[in-house]
Ligand binder design. Sequence first.
Ligand SMILES: C[S@@+](CC[C@H](N)C(=O)[O-])C[C@H]1O[C@@H](n2cnc3c(N)ncnc32)[C@H](O)[C@@H]1O
Length: 222
Amino acid sequence: MTDFHYAHKNTQEGERVTKTAPFNKPQISEEILSLRQNAFMAEIPVSDDETLNFLTTLVSALKPERILELGTAVGASGAAMLEACSVAHLTTVERDEDFYKAAVGNFNMLNLSKRVTAISGDAGEVINGLPENSFDFIFLDCAKVQYIKYLPRLKKLLKKGGVLLADDILLFGYITGEAEVPKKRKMLVEHIKEYISAVTNDGELYTTVLDIGNGVAMSVKK
Ligand SMILES: C[S@@+](CC[C@H](N)C(=O)[O-])C[C@H]1O[C@@H](n2cnc3c(N)ncnc32)[C@H](O)[C@@H]1O
């Protein structure tokens, strides 16, 4: 079976591979593995192995009852979280209509439909209509440039003690200085830096930035 480490290819600099990546493979069912592989082959953006491994390890420990995911793609990370946490219900938002339809089909195929509220729409709009203090865990994995804009609302949606996990926070090494920032990415880098600064200086959050996959920021609401 082909070994896929990274979905997020930075076309200019190549892939970012952490030192721990070879040890961190997700334990997921054959069905989800195959769903991810099909997605990788179709160049659909899907979380890398190391990030997915962290995500499933985390939800298996925290046992969140209500998970919100922004950026469903075709449902691979959502399905993996539900598999790792049997008490969880997933609300997941995707704005690409074709991905949304594929995800709904995949949740159905995996017999997970009853545990999923799949929403087709723009995350920025959808989050305004979701109830406050209602999520134990939020996986933020859509438009990176919008993370900083979504943050105040996501804090409201989280329950006390809830976890907000933001993916791709080190952006192929642009944030740490490992890779030179291409001109067209400068604004994105500024927005992600703003997000990191906001979550690490927020008195209402505990935050750790971790060098996992393409980088994640894990924040806990006090
Ligand atoms: C990295 S992919 C998600 C991967 C998925 N979480 C997984 O690991 O299997 C990001 C997804 O976010 C979606 N997206 C981007 N901007 C969005 C927005 N503003 N609202 C909702 N979805 C968005 C993209 O269409 C894409 O499918």
